[in-house]
Design a protein around this ligand. Structure first.
Ligand code: ADP
Ligand code: ZN
Ligand code: ZN
Length: 731
């Protein structure tokens, strides 16, 4: 029964698994509080939620309503359009609205003690060299590596405090005390302006096409690595800034933000630029968020979470490397930041640019059907910069020793003689994918997961490590199956390749870049500086090096162990491998030198490799889309995956079967497949199964979910955890 009451009643979204709002009384509340954070009692706890409505009605009897503790009025409320965006995401991805909103707020603003927060003091935003500091540019001690690296970065432009790790901040404080640095007020004002290169003919054509009446439009900018896509973004950003609007730029990889921030800072001196990513410490992240909320930012640059940044004057969205799997969040709300960005662009009626050398097949097909405007950059922007020559090394004829074929070893040797850099790419960290007993073939499975333990070479001792559940153990002396002492590492990882290269080229300076060496905050930037300063001859790395990093002295890329992805059961594995190979190949020879790429493979005739050799994205896409159409796979169908896990496999299976039965009679156009084990069927003793749901029409699939999800919630699921993954990326 609904009754009118004098005390205002808040409808609050709270971060609970329950997909509903909660009512509280608050005597001092008014309409202006919609979008504000509020602390409320919840059971025996107190929670911070977001006020979505202030009214006088509640479905609940008055005496059962609790009173809110306090409304946080120290920062502006979340704007209505952001709440609407959260509502869209909550509905589309079937995640509780309260949890979505909690995920949007920076962690520091979700907590009870979240006070007003310290404002960025003038001078805390960014630092630039003073003339005194500049005088030391080439007078630092040769072994003061950290200082020299810092100097190099400062010479390229001011550094944004929020982007720096603790060590660098420490150094910065010392230098500031010496008078070498001056604070530059808002994030990057007074940056040394960088000249704008004259656009190439292709860039001119692309920019001209983008001159159209403002408003929502999706552009797919397909441009090979080094073709000047970023340059196009910069021009478009300049346009919207001139019009007094803001730009949102999304990148897939946290390590790319400082580099891109700097490039933008140099182009837009005097503009306020914020970078937002999960690697930021809590305080700087809250500061950046508040600055955005208060409309103090011109450009916001960040990783996927930045798609939810409040931007009152939004004029343009850019998604760089739009195909990158990192735009998809894999836990909690499993959203695609690229897709949310497109939705947001439509909501705000602004253009969006999706850029990539290897667009996702979803975006490519949208361009083919004319729903997205296709823009092409087909050659490298630097005069004389040619595409690298890609060669396939037939691993059946030129058998790799310690992972290295003769052809690759020879090519590396030539680079060493010429003083050029090489990169050996292998997408497996650790020493070897597994340890194997030579006489009996016993391998070492993780007792908790359906995966092998990976051999890591630690300081002094070896370690067997599970990459899925984190289990670590010492390798045994003898085979537990046959007692043999003849246990050998099988296969290659970054560490073993590094060792092999060190043996082969004892005089070379090696650097390994993978998650293990780049884990510490700031470590990646420091390693990158070493490569740029030519203190490294051979780089060994995983995909972390492949993404968008420019190494001007790198002229050779060797690719090892790529074949594995060809046999993956995931239908997108090939698409990902192709993108990765094109990207890593793009690292070779960017600055006016011809690069060479050698791919070691046992399947040199495979069409995927052939397409890499001919740099033929369009051909690869055409062929793969044909396969997808025949198989009825995305982008020709929309998918939803119901993932479930639990300790008892039978219970998980029973839940999924019940879920399938609950769909009976809802919509015959929606296909529900049989429940099957997930790609990783067991992790940390949890059995994982999944149920794939598919429909040719996205709209119909969403309508089906409207009816099905309430039934799912009503099913008994004891001992089973389940989650929906809308538009799953790994099926
Ligand atoms: P992408 O984003 O497509 O990889 P970038 O925009 O980073 O390409 O450009 C690649 C390189 O070419 C960069 O070093 C950039 O400074 C340079 N570049 C881009 N456009 C031009 C241009 N019009 N004239 C000269 N150099 C350019
Ligand atoms: Zn054995
Ligand atoms: Zn494990």
């Amino acid at each position: 029964m609904t009754a009118t009451r004098p005390t205002p009643i808040l409808r609050v979204a709270l971060d609970t698994p329950l997909d509903r709002l909660f009512d509280y009384r608050a005597a001092d509340a008014g309409q202006g509080d919609v979008g504000r954070r509020v602390s409320v009692p919840f059971g025996r706890r107190k929670l911070v939620g977001v006020i979505l409505d202030v009214g006088h009605d509640s479905e609940l009897p008055e005496d059962s309503l609790k009173t809110a503790c306090s409304i946080h009025r120290d920062s502006p409320p979340l704007p209505a359009d952001l709440i609407e965006l959260a509502r869209f995401a909550a509905h589309y991805y079937r995640h509780p609205l309260g949890a979505v909103l909690a995920g949007i707020l920076p962690p520091a603003m979700r907590r009870l003690d979240s006070g007003p927060g310290t404002r960025m003091r003038a001078g805390e935003g960014a630092y630039a060299l003073t003339p005194e500091g500049l005088a030391y540019a080439d007078r630092l001690p040769p072994r003061a590596f950290a200082q020299r690296a810092l100097m190099r970065r400062l010479l390229a432009g001011p550094l944004v405090w929020a982007d720096l790790d603790a060590n660098t901040r420490g150094l910065l404080r010392v230098w500031r005390a010496r008078g070498w640095l001056k604070g530059v007020t808002a994030a990057v004002e007074n940056a040394a302006a960088e000249a704008w290169p004259t656009p190439t003919a292709e860039q001119v054509a692309v920019l001209a096409r983008m001159q159209r009446p403002a408003g929502f439009h999706v552009w797919l900018l397909h441009g090979i690595t080094g073709s000047g896509k970023t340059e196009v973004y910069l021009h478009q950003v300049a346009r919207v800034l001139t019009g007094g609007r803001q730009a949102l730029v999304l990148v897939p990889e946290i390590h790319l933000t400082p580099q891109l921030t700097q490039r933008f800072a140099q182009r837009f001196p005097g503009r306020r630029l914020l970078s937002l990513h999960s690697g930021l410490a809590e305080r700087p992240r809250r500061e950046a968020w508040l600055a955005a909320l208060e409309g103090r930012a011109d450009i916001v640059l960040g990783t996927r979470l930045a798609v939810f940044t409040p931007m009152p004057r939004l004029g343009l969205i850019v998604v760089d490397e739009e195909h990158d799997p990192a735009f998809k969040q894999m836990e909690g709300m499993r959203y695609s930041a690229r897709d949310v960005a497109v939705w947001r662009a439509r909501q705000r009626d602004v253009p969006i640019i999706l850029g990539s050398a290897t667009p996702s097949l979803e975006s490519w097909r949208n361009a083919q059907r004319g729903r997205y405007g296709l823009l092409e950059l087909s050659r490298r922007a630097h005069e004389g910069a040619l595409l690298p020559a890609v060669r396939l090394v037939d691993a059946r004829l030129d058998r790799p020793r310690q992972g290295l074929s003769q052809a690759l070893a020879r090519a590396i040797g030539q680079r060493l003689e010429r003083g050029e850099q090489s990169l050996v790419f292998i997408n497996r960290r650790g020493y070897a994918p597994t340890l194997l007993c030579d006489p009996c073939g016993h391998a070492f499975p993780c007792p908790r997961c359906s995966a092998h333990l990976v051999l890591h070479r630690g300081r002094g001792a070896d370690l067997l490590l599970c990459h899925h559940c984190g289990l670590r153990q010492r390798p045994p002396e003898a085979c537990p199956a046959c007692g043999s002492l003849d246990l050998r590492p099988a296969g290659q990882g970054t560490q073993r390749l590094e060792e092999a290269l060190a043996e082969r080229f004892p005089e070379a300076r090696l650097l390994r870049i993978d998650r293990d060496t780049a884990a510490r905050r700031g470590a990646f930037a420091a390693m990158k500086a070493r490569v740029e300063a030519r203190q490294v001859d051979i780089l060994v790395g995983t995909q972390i090096v492949a993404k968008g990093h420019d190494f001007p002295h790198l002229t050779l890329v060797g690719i090892v162990g790529a074949d594995q992805a060809l046999v993956s059961p995931d239908f997108r594995a090939g698409e990902r491998l192709f993108a990765q190979l094109m990207q890593v190949a793009g690292r070779a020879g960017r600055a006016g030198r011809v690069g060479e790429v050698l791919i070691q493979t046992a399947y040199p005739r495979h069409p995927l490799y052939q397409a890499v050799v001919t740099h033929d994205y369009a051909g690869y896409a055409r062929r793969t889309l044909r396969e997808r159409r025949v198989a009825d796979f995305p982008p020709y169908a929309s998918q939803v995956l119901l993932r479930a896990e639990g300790r008892a496999e039978a219970a998980v299976m029973a839940y999924l079967q019940a879920a399938r039965a609950a769909a009976q009679g809802l919509d015959a156009a929606v296909t529900l497949f049989d429940p099957v084990p997930a790609l990783m069927p067991r992790v940390a003793h949890q059995h994982r199964l999944q149920l794939l749901v598919q429909c040719a029409s996205r709209g119909r699939l969403q309508a089906f979910l409207d009816a099905w999800v309430p039934r799912l919630r009503a099913l008994p699921a004891s001992g089973v955890r389940w989650a929906l993954d809308v538009d799953p990326q790994d099926v």
